[in-house]
Design a protein around this ligand. Structure first.
Ligand SMILES: Nc1ncnc2c1ncn2[C@@H]1O[C@H](COP(=O)(O)OP(=O)(O)OP(=O)(O)O)[C@@H](O)[C@H]1O
Length: 243
């Protein structure tokens, strides 16, 4: 099994079932250091489940997960975060009654103090384009800006791997495009990104590689161009069997 230095995360023979439902079937999946990797597939394919397995929200029935060369299969989610994973879920987990800046203070105050905390907040406000609304109550921001605030909260600790579950859900096309540019900037600064995503325009904008899941199994993997021209991928989206 490949365990080259360029592999940041790898799953080996990962299986997870709930009763008779197999949400992950023998999944061998890897993310390369420095890439933007998108996870796609039809509804119910197992994307969110794989995401939760990687983060430790679900425990696999069998198989293993390796992050930065270490077996993290049995680690609690917070121990995975401590090792460099960070996550933004689909539903914004922000404090809506607090200001943008107060949200960032709460996110970073356990890791950063004094000038270091101020510098981190300034960097995140600049990166997310939220500096002009730093004092605004977060719940009054547009949907897109609330999502950017949460991305900012997820990247303040400078993670090695950022996991995003449908980061553009509910966004306008312009907000979606801006999010893509934001993530490419972050990636250029050294953050590896895994995004579960439905919007293929967005996937084309950001992805270095794409993995397609279907019925809990790895169906195809490749560049965006390879996946788009893969005849089986179009078929599973149309609900036609590839057998
Ligand atoms: N905790 C659970 N208990 C039982 N079944 C589950 C659980 N989590 C997921 N499933 C089932 O596993 C399958 C895969 O679900 P999952 O949410 O991972 O798919 P998905 O690809 O993320 O779908 P979508 O694109 O609709 O979000 C579905 O049939 C779902 O109902």
């Amino acid at each position: 099994m490949d365990q080259s230095p360029t592999t940041i995360l790898e799953t080996r023979g990962l299986c997870k079932r709930f009763g008779g439902v197999h949400v992950a079937r023998d999944v061998d999946f890897s993310i390369r250091q420095g890439e933007i990797h998108c996870l796609i597939g039809p509804n119910g394919a197992g994307k969110s489940s794989l995401f939760r397995l990687i983060l430790g929200g679900y425990t696999p029935n069998s198989g293993s997960i390796h992050f930065l060369g270490e077996d993290v299969t049995r680690l609690m989610p917070h121990d995975r975060v401590r090792r460099g994973m960070s996550v933004k879920f689909q539903v914004p987990g922000i404090f809506k009654d607090l200001s943008v800046k107060q949200n960032l203070v709460i996110s970073f105050q356990h890791h950063r103090h004094g000038q270091d905390l101020d510098a981190t907040i300034a960097r995140v406000l600049d990166f997310t384009g939220l500096a002009e609304v730093a004092e605004q109550i977060a719940g009054t921001l547009s949907h897109g800006r609330q999502q950017w605030l949460e991305i900012g909260m997820a990247v303040g600790a400078e993670p090695a791997l950022l996991l995003l579950d449908e980061p553009t859900a509910g966004m306008s096309p312009e907000e979606t495009h801006q999010t893509g540019e934001m993530l490419k900037t972050l990636n250029a600064q050294g953050v590896t990104i895994l995004a579960v995503e439905h919007d293929m325009t967005f996937v084309q904008q950001i992805a270095d590689r794409v993995t397609v899941l279907n019925f809990g199994q790895l169906f195809a993997q490749g560049t965006v161009a390879e996946i788009i021209s893969h005849p089986g991928v179009a078929e599973i989206y149309l609900g036609v069997s590839d057998d």
